[in-house]
Design a protein around this ligand. Structure first.
Ligand code: F6P
Length: 408
């Protein structure tokens, strides 16, 4: 069955999501497919028949290499939740009509746990109507919160950016001999993997951050303030890393303790989280009266392609390769997973798993990898994350700046 393929990108981008697109494209091409289409803005764009023939854009190996080093989503992304197929079958009829018109045999969706729900629904519908189209999920998320896979592409590079930037902030943050608190806000809505990776900055030349707060642990403002005071008795400048998703015992996000009530809510019902460091900075200023800096890494941490981890780029490419091969070997309703095969040297292989075991589930940082006080990660976390940030890529530089391939 040599038909055409279509690939889409969904959810928050990463600095290596395009490497997965490159992996799918190159492999599908090498395996003989003529048309590999790209959905513009994921499934949402496909529903309005917005797609391109990727062969018009990716013409040679140089384009493949540029794609690997270009952050954000080349095809554009979306946060779009397909309705359950028993609730609105028309939308599925429409989608399958578009796929048939393009003579699609293989459908790939690069995304996180919400996006895998799209693969799950589409695979179920295909089974219901006896469609032969094969649906494969390609994992990505800086949040690293997909279950079963050892980790997700995108996390390693974001973690490398976070750890490097924290190291630099610690250098700068300790230049004055006065009391100061720097609070750094790191992404990862419900899981603390990326925030925890701030601890990777610790080494012979860096003491690492003083406190790290993950969403897995209920946040208590009073104990936070007393911990800051305690650290400040030993060193005047305190560095605190907080996840954007930390919540107090009533279930509210810390960032909601602000006068700004207008928060964007996406199709999956997620509130936009931002401002946690600012809220805590105000509390520190009010209670301790010292100098405060609130730093939000925001988009920088997920688009920092200048800080890509080589391991991450390679794995991101290989999940794309594995997805194309799996689909053409007849698999459907699956997600590609990464299996850790060895520690020293670090090694991984690709596998696949039923999408229903992954879609809509979330992997937390294990409680045993967090200290008892709930304000730092332990050695187990460091050993897990360290190999994922290893290796550097060499960007194509033109006029002193990295060269990207422009988004469609
Ligand atoms: O996709 C994961 C993520 O980067 C989260 O860490 C963050 O909370 C969210 O996306 C931000 O989403 P958006 O780009 O839609 O604001």
């Amino acid at each position: 069955m040599l038909k055409n393929a279509i690939v889409g990108q969904s959810g928050g981008p990463t600095s290596v999501i395009n490497a997965s697109l490159a992996g799918v494209f190159k492999t599908a091409r090498d395996l003989g497919l003529t048309h590999i289409y790209g959905m513009r803005n994921g499934i949402e764009g496909l529903l309005s028949e917005r797609y391109v023939d990727l062969g018009d854009y990716i013409k040679n190996d140089v384009d493949i290499e540029l794609l690997k080093g270009t952050p954000s989503a080349f095809l554009g992304s979306c946060r779009y939740k397909l309705p359950h197929l028993d609730k609105d079958e028309d939308i599925y009829k429409k989608l399958f009509g578009i796929l048939e018109k393009l003579d699609i045999g293989y459908f790939f969706y690069i995304g996180g746990n919400d996006s895998m729900d799209t693969i799950a629904q589409l695979a179920l519908y295909a089974e219901r109507i006896n469609s032969e189209i094969r649906f494969i999920g390609v994992p990505k998320t800086i949040d690293n919160d997909l279950v079963i896979t050892d980790h997700t592409p995108g996390f390693g590079s974001a973690a490398k950016y976070v750890a490097t930037s924290i190291k630099e902030i610690i250098r700068d943050g300790r230049v004055y001999d006065n009391n100061a608190v720097s609070i750094i806000e790191i992404m990862g809505r419900d899981a603390g993997w990326l925030t925890g990776s701030a601890a990777l900055s610790t080494g012979p030349d860096c003491s690492g951050p003083d406190l790290i707060y993950l969403p897995e642990i209920v946040f208590d403002v009073d104990s936070f303030i007393s911990r800051v005071e305690e650290v400040q008795r030993a060193r005047r400048s305190v560095i605190v890393c907080v996840s954007e998703g930390i919540r107090t015992s009533d279930g509210n996000y810390v960032c909601e303790y602000t006068h700004d009530a207008s928060r964007t809510i996406d199709a999956f019902g997620h509130k936009q989280l931002t401002g946690t460091a600012r809220v805590l900075g105000d509390v520190v200023k009010e209670r301790l009266g010292c100098k405060v800096r609130a730093i939000e890494f925001s988009l920088l941490q997920r688009c920092a392609a200048h800080m890509q981890s080589e391991t991450d780029v390679k794995e991101a490419f290989h999940v794309g390769v594995a997805a194309a091969r799996a689909a053409m070997d007849g698999e459907t309703g699956k997600v590609i997973i990464i299996k850790r095969e060895g520690e020293e040297p670090y090694q991984s292989t690709m596998g696949s798993c039923d999408v229903h075991l992954i879609a809509n589930y979330k992997k937390d940082v294990p409680r045993e990898w967090i200290n008892e006080a709930g304000d730092y990660v332990l050695e187990e976390f460091i050993s897990y994350a360290r190999p994922l940030i290893s290796g550097e890529t060499t960007p194509v530089v033109v006029n002193g700046l990295p060269r990207h391939i422009e988004n469609i």
